[in-house]
Design a protein around this ligand. Structure first.
Ligand code: UDP
Ligand code: MN
Length: 294
Protein backbone atom coordinates (compact mmCIF):
# COMPACT_ATOMS: atom_id res chain seq x y z
CA UNK A 1 0.00 0.00 0.00
CA UNK A 2 1.21 3.47 -0.85
CA UNK A 3 1.85 5.81 2.05
CA UNK A 4 -0.79 8.44 2.39
CA UNK A 5 0.62 11.92 1.64
CA UNK A 6 -1.13 13.47 4.59
CA UNK A 7 -0.90 17.15 5.25
CA UNK A 8 -3.13 19.36 7.30
CA UNK A 9 -5.21 16.36 8.30
CA UNK A 10 -7.78 17.44 10.78
CA UNK A 11 -7.91 15.44 13.98
CA UNK A 12 -11.66 15.66 14.12
CA UNK A 13 -13.12 12.17 13.93
CA UNK A 14 -16.85 12.58 14.45
CA UNK A 15 -17.96 13.48 10.92
CA UNK A 16 -18.76 10.76 8.39
CA UNK A 17 -18.41 11.88 4.77
CA UNK A 18 -20.28 10.17 1.98
CA UNK A 19 -19.39 11.00 -1.63
CA UNK A 20 -21.57 9.88 -4.50
CA UNK A 21 -19.96 9.17 -7.85
CA UNK A 22 -20.42 7.24 -11.06
CA UNK A 23 -18.06 5.55 -13.49
CA UNK A 24 -17.89 8.36 -16.04
CA UNK A 25 -16.77 10.87 -13.39
CA UNK A 26 -14.06 8.80 -11.72
CA UNK A 27 -11.23 10.35 -13.69
CA UNK A 28 -12.55 13.84 -14.30
CA UNK A 29 -13.97 14.48 -10.84
CA UNK A 30 -12.85 12.05 -8.14
CA UNK A 31 -9.16 12.33 -9.01
CA UNK A 32 -9.36 16.08 -8.44
CA UNK A 33 -10.88 15.58 -5.00
CA UNK A 34 -8.16 13.07 -4.10
CA UNK A 35 -5.57 15.69 -4.98
CA UNK A 36 -7.29 18.43 -2.97
CA UNK A 37 -9.75 18.37 -0.09
CA UNK A 38 -9.82 14.60 0.53
CA UNK A 39 -6.30 15.15 1.88
CA UNK A 40 -7.66 17.13 4.83
CA UNK A 41 -9.86 14.31 6.11
CA UNK A 42 -8.87 11.19 7.94
CA UNK A 43 -9.32 8.39 5.36
CA UNK A 44 -11.36 6.32 7.84
CA UNK A 45 -14.15 8.84 7.72
CA UNK A 46 -14.46 9.09 3.96
CA UNK A 47 -16.72 6.72 2.06
CA UNK A 48 -17.33 6.77 -1.69
CA UNK A 49 -20.42 5.17 -3.18
CA UNK A 50 -20.17 4.51 -6.90
CA UNK A 51 -21.15 1.88 -9.48
CA UNK A 52 -17.98 0.44 -11.04
CA UNK A 53 -14.52 -0.80 -10.04
CA UNK A 54 -11.60 0.60 -12.04
CA UNK A 55 -8.14 2.09 -11.52
CA UNK A 56 -9.64 5.09 -9.68
CA UNK A 57 -11.46 2.96 -7.10
CA UNK A 58 -8.22 1.02 -6.68
CA UNK A 59 -6.35 4.28 -6.05
CA UNK A 60 -8.98 5.42 -3.53
CA UNK A 61 -8.62 2.15 -1.62
CA UNK A 62 -4.83 2.52 -1.67
CA UNK A 63 -5.27 5.90 -0.01
CA UNK A 64 -7.33 4.24 2.70
CA UNK A 65 -10.79 5.45 1.71
CA UNK A 66 -13.69 3.03 1.68
CA UNK A 67 -15.36 2.42 -1.67
CA UNK A 68 -18.78 0.83 -1.90
CA UNK A 69 -20.08 -0.44 -5.23
CA UNK A 70 -23.82 0.08 -5.26
CA UNK A 71 -25.81 -2.47 -7.19
CA UNK A 72 -28.34 -0.05 -8.61
CA UNK A 73 -30.11 0.59 -11.91
CA UNK A 74 -28.05 2.94 -14.12
CA UNK A 75 -28.87 6.56 -14.85
CA UNK A 76 -29.67 9.95 -13.41
CA UNK A 77 -33.43 9.45 -12.88
CA UNK A 78 -35.33 9.21 -9.57
CA UNK A 79 -35.10 5.47 -8.94
CA UNK A 80 -31.37 4.93 -9.66
CA UNK A 81 -30.47 8.07 -7.70
CA UNK A 82 -32.68 7.05 -4.75
CA UNK A 83 -31.09 3.60 -4.86
CA UNK A 84 -27.56 5.01 -4.60
CA UNK A 85 -28.60 7.41 -1.85
CA UNK A 86 -30.13 4.45 0.01
CA UNK A 87 -26.79 2.67 -0.21
CA UNK A 88 -25.02 5.79 1.12
CA UNK A 89 -27.36 5.86 4.14
CA UNK A 90 -27.01 2.11 4.69
CA UNK A 91 -23.23 2.40 4.76
CA UNK A 92 -23.42 5.18 7.33
CA UNK A 93 -25.58 3.06 9.66
CA UNK A 94 -23.19 0.13 9.30
CA UNK A 95 -20.17 2.38 10.01
CA UNK A 96 -21.91 3.93 13.02
CA UNK A 97 -22.59 0.48 14.45
CA UNK A 98 -18.87 -0.33 14.17
CA UNK A 99 -17.49 3.08 15.13
CA UNK A 100 -19.98 4.73 17.42
CA UNK A 101 -18.25 8.13 17.61
CA UNK A 102 -19.98 9.69 14.61
CA UNK A 103 -21.96 12.83 15.44
CA UNK A 104 -22.59 13.89 11.85
CA UNK A 105 -23.35 12.51 8.43
CA UNK A 106 -22.38 14.77 5.52
CA UNK A 107 -23.15 14.00 1.90
CA UNK A 108 -21.36 15.58 -1.07
CA UNK A 109 -21.60 15.11 -4.81
CA UNK A 110 -18.34 14.46 -6.65
CA UNK A 111 -18.26 17.98 -8.16
CA UNK A 112 -18.03 19.67 -4.77
CA UNK A 113 -15.00 21.15 -2.99
CA UNK A 114 -15.35 21.04 0.79
CA UNK A 115 -13.60 23.65 2.91
CA UNK A 116 -13.17 21.25 5.79
CA UNK A 117 -12.21 23.84 8.42
CA UNK A 118 -15.18 26.08 7.62
CA UNK A 119 -17.53 23.11 8.00
CA UNK A 120 -15.95 22.06 11.29
CA UNK A 121 -16.27 25.64 12.61
CA UNK A 122 -19.98 25.57 11.88
CA UNK A 123 -20.44 22.13 13.46
CA UNK A 124 -18.63 23.40 16.57
CA UNK A 125 -21.48 25.83 17.18
CA UNK A 126 -24.15 23.10 17.13
CA UNK A 127 -25.11 20.39 19.59
CA UNK A 128 -25.04 17.08 17.70
CA UNK A 129 -27.38 15.55 20.28
CA UNK A 130 -30.10 17.70 18.72
CA UNK A 131 -31.73 16.92 15.39
CA UNK A 132 -30.01 19.06 12.76
CA UNK A 133 -30.55 19.19 9.00
CA UNK A 134 -28.09 21.61 7.37
CA UNK A 135 -28.01 22.73 3.76
CA UNK A 136 -29.11 25.30 1.29
CA UNK A 137 -32.50 25.45 -0.39
CA UNK A 138 -32.39 25.16 -4.17
CA UNK A 139 -36.10 25.98 -4.43
CA UNK A 140 -37.02 28.90 -2.25
CA UNK A 141 -40.58 27.88 -1.39
CA UNK A 142 -42.35 25.12 0.48
CA UNK A 143 -43.13 21.99 -1.56
CA UNK A 144 -46.57 20.43 -1.15
CA UNK A 145 -46.77 16.76 -0.23
CA UNK A 146 -48.88 14.65 -2.58
CA UNK A 147 -52.38 13.83 -1.31
CA UNK A 148 -52.08 10.04 -1.64
CA UNK A 149 -48.75 10.09 0.21
CA UNK A 150 -50.30 12.16 2.99
CA UNK A 151 -53.20 9.72 3.30
CA UNK A 152 -50.94 6.67 3.55
CA UNK A 153 -48.42 8.19 5.95
CA UNK A 154 -48.49 9.91 9.29
CA UNK A 155 -47.84 13.47 8.16
CA UNK A 156 -47.29 16.43 10.50
CA UNK A 157 -47.13 19.14 7.84
CA UNK A 158 -48.56 19.54 4.35
CA UNK A 159 -45.39 21.03 2.87
CA UNK A 160 -41.65 21.18 3.39
CA UNK A 161 -38.34 22.74 2.43
CA UNK A 162 -35.44 20.59 1.26
CA UNK A 163 -31.68 21.08 0.89
CA UNK A 164 -30.04 20.83 -2.51
CA UNK A 165 -28.76 17.28 -2.98
CA UNK A 166 -25.19 18.35 -3.75
CA UNK A 167 -24.34 18.95 -0.08
CA UNK A 168 -26.12 18.51 3.22
CA UNK A 169 -25.26 17.43 6.75
CA UNK A 170 -27.51 15.61 9.21
CA UNK A 171 -26.73 15.01 12.88
CA UNK A 172 -26.50 11.37 13.92
CA UNK A 173 -29.40 11.96 16.27
CA UNK A 174 -31.58 12.85 13.28
CA UNK A 175 -30.07 10.07 11.13
CA UNK A 176 -31.31 7.63 13.79
CA UNK A 177 -34.81 9.03 13.42
CA UNK A 178 -34.56 8.70 9.64
CA UNK A 179 -33.36 5.10 9.74
CA UNK A 180 -36.87 3.64 9.68
CA UNK A 181 -37.65 5.49 6.43
CA UNK A 182 -34.38 5.77 4.57
CA UNK A 183 -32.02 2.94 5.53
CA UNK A 184 -31.07 1.03 2.40
CA UNK A 185 -32.04 1.11 -1.23
CA UNK A 186 -35.42 -0.65 -0.95
CA UNK A 187 -36.72 1.87 1.57
CA UNK A 188 -35.31 4.93 -0.18
CA UNK A 189 -36.63 3.81 -3.58
CA UNK A 190 -39.98 2.82 -2.09
CA UNK A 191 -40.62 6.16 -0.39
CA UNK A 192 -39.19 8.11 -3.32
CA UNK A 193 -41.60 6.35 -5.67
CA UNK A 194 -44.56 6.68 -3.29
CA UNK A 195 -43.97 10.41 -2.78
CA UNK A 196 -43.05 11.03 -6.42
CA UNK A 197 -39.88 12.95 -5.54
CA UNK A 198 -36.10 12.42 -5.90
CA UNK A 199 -33.96 11.46 -2.91
CA UNK A 200 -32.90 15.00 -1.93
CA UNK A 201 -36.53 16.13 -1.76
CA UNK A 202 -37.56 12.94 0.02
CA UNK A 203 -35.06 13.64 2.80
CA UNK A 204 -36.60 17.09 3.32
CA UNK A 205 -40.09 15.63 3.15
CA UNK A 206 -39.41 13.07 5.88
CA UNK A 207 -37.46 15.48 8.13
CA UNK A 208 -39.87 18.40 7.88
CA UNK A 209 -43.17 16.76 6.87
CA UNK A 210 -43.11 13.63 9.02
CA UNK A 211 -40.61 14.30 11.83
CA UNK A 212 -41.39 18.02 12.20
CA UNK A 213 -37.85 19.45 12.20
CA UNK A 214 -36.68 22.38 10.07
CA UNK A 215 -33.91 22.72 7.55
CA UNK A 216 -31.25 25.09 8.87
CA UNK A 217 -30.23 27.22 5.91
CA UNK A 218 -26.46 27.47 5.53
CA UNK A 219 -25.79 30.11 2.91
CA UNK A 220 -22.12 29.12 2.57
CA UNK A 221 -23.00 25.62 1.33
CA UNK A 222 -22.80 26.54 -2.36
CA UNK A 223 -23.37 24.30 -5.33
CA UNK A 224 -23.27 25.07 -9.05
CA UNK A 225 -26.94 26.03 -8.83
CA UNK A 226 -25.80 29.34 -7.33
CA UNK A 227 -23.85 32.07 -9.12
CA UNK A 228 -20.32 31.44 -7.87
CA UNK A 229 -18.57 34.44 -9.44
CA UNK A 230 -20.45 36.72 -7.06
CA UNK A 231 -18.52 35.46 -4.04
CA UNK A 232 -15.88 38.06 -3.21
CA UNK A 233 -12.27 37.00 -2.75
CA UNK A 234 -12.42 37.80 0.97
CA UNK A 235 -15.59 35.74 1.38
CA UNK A 236 -14.20 32.75 -0.51
CA UNK A 237 -12.31 31.39 2.49
CA UNK A 238 -15.50 31.42 4.57
CA UNK A 239 -17.46 29.23 2.16
CA UNK A 240 -18.15 25.66 3.27
CA UNK A 241 -18.50 24.30 -0.26
CA UNK A 242 -17.92 25.55 -3.76
CA UNK A 243 -18.49 23.82 -7.07
CA UNK A 244 -18.36 24.48 -10.82
CA UNK A 245 -20.61 24.07 -13.78
CA UNK A 246 -22.01 25.93 -16.72
CA UNK A 247 -25.26 27.51 -17.77
CA UNK A 248 -26.67 27.47 -21.23
CA UNK A 249 -28.04 30.94 -21.84
CA UNK A 250 -29.52 31.52 -25.29
CA UNK A 251 -27.44 28.71 -26.76
CA UNK A 252 -24.23 30.02 -25.20
CA UNK A 253 -22.33 28.12 -22.51
CA UNK A 254 -21.56 30.44 -19.60
CA UNK A 255 -19.10 29.04 -17.07
CA UNK A 256 -20.20 29.12 -13.46
CA UNK A 257 -17.00 29.01 -11.42
CA UNK A 258 -15.54 30.99 -8.55
CA UNK A 259 -13.23 33.84 -9.44
CA UNK A 260 -9.97 34.15 -7.50
CA UNK A 261 -7.69 37.14 -7.62
CA UNK A 262 -3.98 36.28 -7.85
CA UNK A 263 -4.78 32.70 -8.77
CA UNK A 264 -1.94 30.23 -9.15
CA UNK A 265 -3.37 28.33 -12.11
CA UNK A 266 -4.98 29.65 -15.23
CA UNK A 267 -8.31 28.48 -16.64
CA UNK A 268 -6.70 25.87 -18.88
CA UNK A 269 -4.71 24.22 -16.11
CA UNK A 270 -7.54 24.51 -13.63
CA UNK A 271 -10.91 24.72 -15.38
CA UNK A 272 -12.85 23.92 -12.18
CA UNK A 273 -10.81 26.46 -10.13
CA UNK A 274 -10.47 23.78 -7.42
CA UNK A 275 -6.65 23.77 -7.60
CA UNK A 276 -6.42 27.54 -7.14
CA UNK A 277 -9.01 27.44 -4.36
CA UNK A 278 -7.14 24.66 -2.61
CA UNK A 279 -3.94 26.72 -2.72
CA UNK A 280 -5.79 29.74 -1.33
CA UNK A 281 -6.89 27.65 1.67
CA UNK A 282 -3.74 25.53 2.03
CA UNK A 283 -0.85 27.61 0.68
CA UNK A 284 1.75 25.29 2.19
CA UNK A 285 0.71 22.43 -0.09
CA UNK A 286 3.75 21.32 -2.04
CA UNK A 287 2.30 21.57 -5.54
CA UNK A 288 1.08 25.09 -4.77
CA UNK A 289 4.68 26.28 -4.26
CA UNK A 290 6.13 24.67 -7.33
CA UNK A 291 3.81 26.79 -9.42
CA UNK A 292 4.88 30.08 -7.90
CA UNK A 293 7.48 30.82 -10.58
CA UNK A 294 6.40 33.51 -12.99
N1 UDP B 1 -24.39 10.65 -10.73
C1 UDP B 1 -24.68 9.30 -10.60
N2 UDP B 1 -25.16 8.62 -11.69
C2 UDP B 1 -25.36 9.22 -12.89
C3 UDP B 1 -25.08 10.61 -13.01
C4 UDP B 1 -24.60 11.30 -11.90
O1 UDP B 1 -24.49 8.73 -9.53
O2 UDP B 1 -25.80 8.54 -13.83
C5 UDP B 1 -23.88 11.39 -9.55
C6 UDP B 1 -22.65 12.22 -9.84
O3 UDP B 1 -21.48 11.46 -9.67
C7 UDP B 1 -22.79 13.35 -8.82
C8 UDP B 1 -24.29 13.51 -8.68
O4 UDP B 1 -24.87 12.29 -9.14
O5 UDP B 1 -22.24 13.00 -7.57
C9 UDP B 1 -24.82 14.69 -9.46
O6 UDP B 1 -24.46 14.54 -10.81
P1 UDP B 1 -24.15 15.78 -11.75
O7 UDP B 1 -23.25 16.74 -11.03
O8 UDP B 1 -23.66 15.23 -13.06
O9 UDP B 1 -25.59 16.39 -12.02
P2 UDP B 1 -26.39 17.60 -11.33
O10 UDP B 1 -27.50 16.93 -10.57
O11 UDP B 1 -25.47 18.36 -10.45
O12 UDP B 1 -26.87 18.40 -12.47
MN1 MN C 1 -23.46 18.55 -10.13
Amino acid sequence: RKPHPLYDVHERNDVYFSIKSTEKYHESRLQLLVLTWFQSIHPHNLHIVTDTEDSTTELLRDFGYTVHIADCPKGHTHQPMACKCGVEFEQFYIAKENRSHYNWYCHLDDDMYLNVLALFELLDTLNPLDSHYLGQRSINRRIDIREDFKRKNNILRDSYYFATGAVYCISTRLMEQLEYYLRGKEKMMGYSGAAGVPDNMLIGLIIEGILGYNLTEVSTMNSHLFPLKRISTTDLVKQITISYGSWNINGKDIKNTISIEDDLFDDNEDPTRFLSYHCLLHPSTQWCHSNERT
